[in-house]
Design a binder for this molecule. Structure first.
Ligand SMILES: [Zn+2]
Length: 310
């Protein structure tokens, strides 16, 4: 298992209206202590505080779509970052309309943010790369919803190759970073060491996919194949499948069908309708199709493990 942290904290797992104990959608992915916020429903700031997350360290925010339960907490969060003196750049990815909403609110309140933000407009398309940094690459998913809606696939970028302790004495300090990146070693006396004699294989990269909100869509299968952890909305039970179709949401069994067909490692269900006080029926229906299913809870943290380790 890799030593680098790769965890998901679900801050809000409810659908539409806040229900007892469940806030609207928001979650934070921690990859090697870099924080990526995915959706930002109302109350996200409080949820971040309760979860002990220092939100000044959030560098990237991804918003799936313009339904209020996925973004109404954003202005509050941006405003608090400003009041607390944030200076580092904030990158926001979301629908083009979101940029207008941010701009109009800042203009109306005469706010000049102390930090810069960079907005990337998204037009949903499957498998398109929208972001890459040292730790992760992020691709889009075109979800099937009443308005344009984007899902996100986070893939850990291949780690550097750890140096073999027993070979360390052979590698001059100034060559170590190149060898970790996979280069062979050529010493001044002409001795050549292939990289594989000097390094160990890095742990396989981990991956996480976020699919909310969406109707059941088998077209997603190819783009989330083999993902280690899939978060998929499960707004309804099978009894309300017609309602799910009508509102462009999914049932728990549909989420599980996609997880099974895409051969993911683990399935985490969320975005539950407030009508369900007891979520057990959703879990049971999903597990019948895909046993490695868990219900997400507000404030809970899940480690993302390699699928092979499941
Ligand atoms: Zn929605």
């Amino acid at each position: 298992m890799s030593a680098t942290r790769f965890t998901l904290t679900t801050l809000g797992t409810g659908a539409a209206v806040p229900a007892t104990g469940r806030y609207p959608s928001a979650q934070v992915l921690n990859v090697g202590e870099a924080l990526y916020l995915v959706d930002c429903g109302e109350g996200t700031q409080e949820r971040l505080r309760q979860a002990g997350v220092n939100f000044m360290r959030i560098g990237h925010i991804f918003i799936s779509h313009m339904h209020g339960d996925h973004y109404l907490g954003l202005m509050g969060l941006m405003s608090t970052m400003h009041l607390l003196g944030r200076q580092s750049l904030l990158k926001i990815f979301g629908p083009p309309e979101l940029r207008e909403v941010i701009e109009v609110q800042l203009r109306a309140s005469g706010t000049y943010l102390r930090y810069s933000y960079h907005f990337v407009s998204l037009v949903p398309a499957n498998g398109v790369l929208i972001h890459q940094d040292q730790r992760v690459s992020v691709e889009m998913l075109a979800l099937k919803h009443r308005i344009p809606c984007t899902g996100f696939v986070f893939r850990e970028r291949t780690a550097l190759r750890p140096l073999r302790l027993d070979m360390l004495h052979l590698i001059p300090h100034f060559k170590r970073s190149a060898v970790k990146k996979g280069e062979d070693l050529l010493l001044p006396d002409g001795t050549h060491y292939p990289n594989k004699e000097l390094t160990l294989d890095p742990p396989p990269p981990r991956s996480y996919a976020y699919c909310s909100d969406t109707a059941y869509d088998p077209a997603l299968q190819a783009f989330i194949a083999g993902i280690d952890l899939l978060y998929h909305e499960a707004t309804f039970t099978t009894a309300l499948e017609a309602r799910a179709r009508e509102t462009q949401h999914s049932t728990a069994a549909q989420a599980a069908t996609l997880a099974r067909d895409a051969q993911v490692g683990q399935l985490l269900l969320g975005h539950f309708s407030a009508r369900y006080r007891d979520l057990r029926p959703l879990l049971d229906e999903a597990r019948e199709v895909f046993p490695r299913t868990t219900l997400s809870n507000d404030g809970e943290t899940y480690a993302v493990h390699q699928r092979t380790a499941v």
